[in-house]
Design a protein around this ligand. Sequence first.
Ligand code: URA
Length: 447
Amino acid sequence: MADRKYNMVSIIRKKREGNSLTKEEIQYLIQSYTSDQIPDYQMSAFLMASFLNGLNSDEAASLTHSMLHSGIIVDLSHVSGKKVDKHSTGGVGDKLSLILAPIVASCGVPVPMISGRGLGHSGGTLDKLESIPGFTVDITLDRYKEIIKKHNLVLAGQTEEIAPADKRLYALRDVTATVESIPLIAGSIMSKKLAEGIDALVLDVKFGSGAFMKNIEDAKELAQTLVSIGEQFGKETIAYLTNMNQPLGHAIGNWLEVKESIDCLKGNGPDDVMEITHLLAGTMIYLGAKAGSIAEGIEMSREAIENGSAFQKWIDIVEEHGGDIRVIKNPDQYPKVKFRVDVPSPGSGMITKMDTYAMGMISLELGAGRRSKEDDIDPQAGIMLHKKIGELVERDETFATLYTNKEESIDDAVQNLQAAIELADKMQNPLKSITHRVDKEGIHEYQ
Ligand code: URA
């Protein structure tokens, strides 16, 4: 039964007028919505009022608290050591989880990783993992606990028990134009992460054309909100601001990214991917108390790649989740895509800009993403970039290759990809991959 002390219309009005809600009002809202006592139209009105008038830090923390407690908090006390996870706010070509999770686990820090699916232009870890034949991310809570105990690592999807309020609210935000709100995003992310049973968290907050936060100021605000919520819940939280003005690495698309991750784990990864991977992994190793500083954690991360222990951990975890390790050991055995099309450069010069959002959408149209929740993903589809920002190309030189099984998507993809790069004589300002660290002490420029 809905608590008669509260009235949904009054709560919506209060937020509409720009006033702050109490912890109890927010709790009523989330509990009643999750138990079907508040209809979608009233929750939509509340979401829009919150989107327009914002939520202060106490309200954001109360929202996170109520969403977290709409489900269970996984008890991982049977696993020794500090458990640390990483979350990214989403980007294009972002395969970092696949690389850093086995690195960190192989350094002795348990990583309970619950990931999501691709959202619009941005890819999702679960879709990438499922591109490995046989790999299953839909596991029970008991199995989740068993796998992390055995391997210091588990890679799973969100279950019904984990922050069910977020699942419903996210679906509603998606269709009411209320996704891009900093406190709503923060509540959504943190309620899921806190439910995993972690002790500490590293956040990769992306900004730029391929990120949800297009400008760095919004990304800073999101990072501060996320860190402040994490700390309020007693979890050490460190965030980095990273640049999404070009895709990460060369591969965009599910299997293509798994393949690039294998290269990374074997020590042959692209510099931009490895720089961020080692920083995030090093920070996780430090927060997991296996290194005395972030710098020492970074050293351990590099060592785990060099001595092969991270790659061995990756093989073990793929096998545990039912994945076919033959294609991990020998990626050339993966089934071949029907169409591979080289894309010629529309001019000569230096690539100075990439429309990363457009590249994510082109990859989606080639089959790598979903237009609606029901769409199937084509694991083979995507784009390989042979040139990145700061590199020179000649007219008609191949700067990218498309991979698809949808012949009808090819012509548009070629044209759109050519339109997604800008060429000039030289770059004004080189791109910096990592710009800031945000922790409980504040924002620090990253050197
Ligand atoms: N990722 C989430 O989990 N939630 C949001 O609201 C946005 C991105």
